[in-house]
Design a protein around this ligand. Structure first.
Ligand code: FAD
Length: 400
């Protein structure tokens, strides 16, 4: 069989090694459990412990900070492979590394890096309990308009007093730290007044609500965070006190990076559904021949292959730009938007190829479709990506 996907997208030796390791891990430990995890809406603690053993929870963080010293492209490969089998696991992994860990590494002070980053890279404590990271930006009243945050942090003598609520946060029941935004200036100049804080989840006044009951990504952990008179030390400001009121930009930068991993997540889901469709189109017979011989089915498969290939180029390109230290914000939006829409279309058509069985819980394309929908919502909806792209192309025409 000729290679039909990833034509010309060569990996370095190290990246190929990561890909091979995660493929074996997924085959042995993730794929056999994906359907059951979805049915039970159960968070895969043991799979995360396995990822921790592989050193993958700090994959892209330099070794001197407790990570494994690989790159964004390697993270993309891990997310993609996990998502081919279990998108919920891939989402939890992507959120931990891109949102919970990376901003503390990138924007934290030396003391914050030393305090939090090695433990987040390790991902488990001495008792095997997960110590993931989570990221609190969204609020019940501030989603796409994330700057509309209502969570308030007031400076009271030697501490901050935090009150508010965050919504739709990934991984909080399995996290030790959370980096989140709060308003620190009630009447700020435009684009200012929001500060990023780092808090430990066992801080008095910090509560995690029960897990949300979702359409898809059912075994990932999503919940609201509540801050009720939570006291944080003054040095809980990410990046130090000079970063008070200017934390929002950090979160926007973090989201730009996170979009690459959500692109990888969508790509993996699309490939997972495509693989099922190809396998079925080869073996299922109707009218005395494999259904893949019918042009209606074969052309759906051709479109899937072409669109997945295009998505892969966009996602890998965004990762490579980031690894090269170049501007990747627009490339990340292209990747996230396109791959998410390819994932939805591929999953819909994979169900079509499988016919009635594709519509049942017995075959996993139905789960993949439910999981794929999240990619068009999380880390900036498809509409928000189109805003980012069109404003880059047209310039910001607001107020003209
Ligand atoms: C499973 C899951 C996990 C998540 N994990 C996290 C997490 O870890 N941390 C975190 O902070 N957040 C997280 N989120 C939140 C996610 O980022 C938001 O749901 C998303 O940004 C959209 O916000 P919203 O749900 O409030 O929708 P809204 O912003 O209310 O949008 C509703 C609709 O209006 C459209 N819309 C809004 N504004 C515009 C506009 N200006 N132009 C055109 N259309 C517009 C949107 O595209 C959408 O279709 C998660 C969400 C989910 C579902």
């Amino acid at each position: 069989m000729p290679e039909t996907l990833a034509v010309g997208l060569d990996l370095t030796e190290e990246q190929a090694q990561i890909q091979s390791t995660i493929r074996d891990f997924v085959k042995e430990r993730v794929a056999p459990r994906a359907q059951e995890l979805d049915e039970k809406a159960e968070f895969p603690v043991d799979i995360f412990q396995g990822l921790a053993e592989l050193g993958f929870l700090g994959l892209s963080i330099p070794e001197e900070h407790g990570g494994s010293g690989f790159d964004t492209m390697s993270v993309v490969l891990v997310v993609e492979e996990l998502a081919k089998a279990c998108a919920s696991t891939a989402l939890g992994y992507a959120a931990h590394i891109s949102l919970g860990l990376t901003p503390i590494y990138l924007f934290g002070t030396k003391a914050q890096r030393e305090k939090y980053v090695p433990q987040l890279c390790k991902g488990v404590d001495d008792n095997g309990k997960l110590t993931l990271g989570c990221f609190g930006l969204t609020e019940p009243g501030a989603g796409s308009d994330a700057g509309g945050t209502k969570t308030r942090a007031e400076k009271k003598g030697d501490h901050w007093l935090v009150n508010g609520r965050k919504a739709w946060i990934t991984n909080p029941h399995y996290s030790r730290t959370c980096i989140f935004t709060a308003k620190t200036n009630p009447n700020p100049p435009k684009g200012k007044g929001i500060t990023a804080f780092i808090a430990e989840l066992d801080t008095p006044g910090f509560k995690v609500e029960p897990k949300e009951d979702k359409l898809g990504m059912r075994s990932s952990d999503t919940a609201q965070l509540v801050f009720e008179d939570m006291k944080l030390p003054l040095d809980a400001v990410a990046g130090g006190l000079e970063q008070v009121d200017v934390g929002f930009a950090k979160f926007m930068k973090t989201l730009a990076g996170g979009r690459i991993t959500i692109g990888a997540l969508a790509l993996g889901i699309a490939e997972g559904a495509y693989n099922k469709a190809v396998e079925y189109a080869r073996q299922r017979k109707q009218f005395g021949k494999p259904i893949g011989e019918f042009q209606g089915v074969a052309f759906m498969i051709a479109d899937m292959a072409m669109e997945i290939e295009a998505a892969k180029h966009l996602v890998y390109n965004a990762a490579r730009l980031r690894d090269a230290g170049r501007d990747f914000a627009l490339a990340g939006s292209y990747a996230k938007l396109y791959a998410s829409e390819v994932a939805m279309k591929t999953c819909t058509n994979a169900i079509q190829v499988l016919g009635g069985v594709g519509y049942t819980r017995e075959y996993d394309v139905e789960r993949m479709l439910r999981d794929a929908k999240l990619c068009e919502i999380g880390e900036g909806t498809s509409e928000v990506q189109r805003l980012v792209i069109s404003r880059t192309v047209l310039g910001d025409l607001r107020g003209m």
